[in-house]
Design a protein around this ligand. Sequence first.
Ligand SMILES: [Mg+2]
Length: 219
Amino acid sequence: MKTLFLSIFLTLTLTLNLFLTGCGSSQEILNLRTAKDIVQDYYESGKYDKELEEIYAEAKSKIDKVSLKQNSAAIFDVDDTALSNYEISKRLDFGYDYKIIQDWVMSGKLPAIKQTKQFYDYLKSKGLKIIFLTGRQQEEYDITYQNLIAQGYTSFDTLIVRTESERKIGAGQFKSSKRKELTEKGYEIIICIGDQWTDFEGDNTGIKVKIPNYLYEIK
Ligand SMILES: [Mg+2]
């Protein structure tokens, strides 16, 4: 989680980029307050929910065309894929405070993103093995496990976090090496769900399901 939020260049870099791009050659700079209001509106007006529903509907139609095997597996990211950090981000006015965010993570009270939970249920009903793969650290393993269970992700094969020696590996590289290991163990990864492009770097992803995140970007 440290890595996650330290990489947050942030909340606002992405937001500003979006709006600067949108403004064309005039390069009109959006007021930070306005940018934050637009992001808040996106999450709270139903636009985020609608986009998630469309993305998961498309993912379902793709999965339905795959012939599944006993070792077919789905990889889910945790932060802002299975569980939401929107509440704390908003409480910090879409800023960053390491201690507050760490306390939030360690509270184990992150809510599920309901469309992801529904998609998880769907994949379970199809018999897929579920693996949670997160850039969170070893000391966050227990609380992450408990948080997932408390939010209804009650059945999965494994939860993978960074070990001490993996602490400094880039997010994309870490996840891709773990997917390689899982493949070598016999899983056939047929779908990968995440909110960051680093969730899909490298091989062994299967179908890539990228859900939106306008709060931060992990490079
Ligand atoms: Mg994430």
